[in-house]
Design a protein around this ligand. Structure first.
Ligand code: UD1
Length: 427
């Protein structure tokens, strides 16, 4: 039965909220576990559907996977012989399934990974992933909806320069190069904390990697990796969600388990909105002082720039801010889906190419809206909090993919947010 979030507007978020490990790291670490025979244990794993899907993918490859969601633990036992195919039903459900590409080619000399279709946030190719693997000696082609990479004689080190610092391509090159013969130098690599996290885990498995977290990564291939235990890096996007939510709702929130050093660009803008950000023993605190946010301009960029995944929250904050702001999306083409739904709530916006002009209003006005992806969905729940009356956000399952217990977290901060069955659509 489809569900929606029901949000009663008017509450300033107050109190503390916990963040778990990053979804975007946990899924890749699970894929990287394929690189070593034996049992790898991950902790601080979020309790979200995407982890369940990745677990199923690894089982189909021959692994045993135990996922204790409440404890945040995933144990993956990888046999000597594993499969090399990721089917469309799983890749379609979880685009991050493509993270098995690098580990599978490295381990088995072959990978067939279904090509994901277009998704709600712009067209995302795999061309950089393919070019990286080709440079490492794999032959790559697309057939019958699968990207097939073959390296029957193994991979070799190479000098690779990415045309764009793609997160996914950096990860696949890294997870392939660790078992290649010789040295790989990857230039214009993505610098996200999740890349550094994967490199940390790979190093604890015996990989030789330097420079992860900077734009040049060097990898000296080794023959074999060993299983390990690793705690997932804190989720900076979930943490940033709460930071903007605190400012938008004129609240005061301590985000426990977060690392503010991974959110410098975002927290600068939270401060520009007028809130005070301070580090605490357990994370950081955002205190709006009960004031209406001030408008602030935003331009998304690869890390360490402002993350595209937080753009919907900056937009929502600006929708109720004092003044006008320009939001520029530089990473994904169509990532303004929050805008049309925010407009249903009375936001004043105008889209012009990859910019949105937002003129802040004092309060939004509650209405039924629909989540199109994880972040847009969570942003609309926050918009509901700064709207008069009741807002319902259909598509609760999107939010569940990125936030464990989102309604409970909201309730813990004093908000009237509940789940309820959704009406079946008219058609
Ligand atoms: C990851 C995150 C996503 C985040 C994004 C950017 C996961 C599961 N997802 O996605 O939440 O929004 O980083 O921070 O970790 N591109 C190409 N060709 C390629 C690869 C990418 O053209 O081969 C383009 C994409 O179309 C997009 C841009 O590069 O416009 C960024 O993509 P990328 O950095 O690869 O993001 P993902 O790894 O897909």
């Amino acid at each position: 039965m489809a569900e929606r979030f029901r949000v009663v507007g008017g509450t300033a978020l107050r109190g503390e909220v916990a963040v778990w490990g990053a979804k975007n790291s946990a899924l890749k670490l699970m894929a990287a576990a394929l690189l070593a025979v034996g049992r790898t244990r991950l902790t601080n794993v979020p309790a979200i559907l995407d982890v369940t899907i990745m677990a199923e993918l690894l089982r189909r490859l021959g692994c045993t996977v135990d996922y204790d969601a409440p404890a945040g633990v995933v144990e993956i036992t990888v046999p000597e012989q594993i499969g090399h195919r990721a089917d469309y039903d799983l890749v379609r459900a979880l685009r991050a399934s493509t993270a098995v590409l690098g580990p599978l080619v490295a381990r088995t000399g072959s990978a067939d990974v279904a090509v994901p279709g277009g998704d709600a946030i712009g067209s995302r190719g795999l061309d950089l992933h393919a070019a990286g693997l080709e440079a490492l000696g794999a032959q790559v082609h697309v057939t019958h909806g699968f990207l097939v990479a073959e390296a029957p004689n193994g991979l070799h080190g190479a000098e690779i320069r990415l045309d764009f610092p793609s997160v996914g391509a950096t990860e696949n090159v890294l997870t392939a190069a660790v078992l290649a013969r010789g040295t790989t130098r990857l230039e214009n690599a993505a610098r996200e904390p999740e890349i550094a996290d994967i490199a940390d885990m790979l190093r604890s498995m015996g990989a030789r990697i330097s420079g992860a977290g900077t734009s040049v990564i060097e990898v000296e291939g080794v023959d074999r990796l060993s299983p390990t235990e690793h705690a997932v890096v804190p989720d900076r996007i979930a943490a940033g969600t709460w930071a903007f939510a605190a400012s938008a709702t004129r609240g005061d929130v301590e985000v426990v388990g977060a690392n503010s050093a991974h959110l410098v660009a975002a927290l600068e803008l939270v401060e520009a909105s007028g809130a005070t950000v301070t580090d605490t023993d357990r994370g950081f605190r955002v205190d709006s002082g009960g004031r209406r946010p001030r408008a602030f301009d935003v331009a998304t960029l690869p890390y360490p720039g402002f993350p595209t995944d937080l753009q919907p929250f900056a937009l929502t904050c600006n929708a109720v801010a004092d003044g006008s702001a320009m939001i520029t999306e530089n990473l994904f083409e169509a990532r303004f889906r929050t805008v049309q739904e925010l407009n249903r709530l009375g936001a004043e916006t105008r889209i012009d190419g990859h910019h949105v002009m937002v003129h802040g209003v004092e309060r939004l006005s509650g209405a039924p809206v629909e989540a199109s992806d994880i972040r847009a969905g969570a942003a609309l729940v926050i918009a509901g909090l700064v709207a008069e009356g009741v807002t319902t956000v259909s598509g609760a399952q999107h939010i569940d993919r990125g936030y464990a217990g989102f309604a409970e977290s909201m309730q813990g901060l004093g908000a009237d947010v509940t789940r309820e069955p959704d009406e079946a659509p008219f058609l």
